[in-house]
Design a protein around this ligand. Structure first.
Ligand SMILES: [Zn+2]
Length: 136
């Protein structure tokens, strides 16, 4: 995630701020303008930004968003479960099952589009895949 892998900006391809694009994507907005919606439905990415017209169908997020979602949610769940077990060591197992299953499902569904958006912003900022207008 360093700027060193980013192609040098030219007169026809200005510098793209990686962190800004990732923040915009995390907010489910277009990585270029930050205004247009990134999704047409839960995880379906728009072909073009409705505001600035930037083509967004080039993204190749693939299985990276679920990987990072599981990684993040898993760390929170393990920490919360250990803390919960210290506070209430005799908690019934049904409570653990209901509590942690609900948390894992809801947190994953909430986080998945945000992480996918951030990864699309990352790919856009680094001109990965078809996001480099110089290769078209
Ligand atoms: Zn846009």
């Amino acid at each position: 995630m360093t700027a060193a892998v980013q192609p040098a900006p030219t007169a026809t391809s200005p510098h793209r701020d990686v962190w800004l694009a990732m923040r915009r994507g995390f907010r489910c907005r277009c990585p270029k303008c930050g205004e247009g919606k990134l999704y047409t439905s839960y995880l379906k990415v728009v072909d073009r930004c409705p505001v600035c017209g930037e083509e967004l169908h080039h993204h190749r997020a693939d299985d990276a968003p679920p990987y990072f979602t599981i990684f993040i949610v898993g760390h929170f769940v393990v920490a919360a479960l250990l803390a919960f077990d210290e506070l209430w060591p005799d908690a019934p197992l049904w409570l653990h099952a209901v509590l942690w299953t609900s948390f894992i499902v809801l947190a994953s569904l909430w986080l998945l589009p945000l992480i996918k958006g951030a990864l699309i912003g990352y790919q856009w900022a680094l001109r990965m895949h078809g996001f480099d207008e110089r290769q078209e």
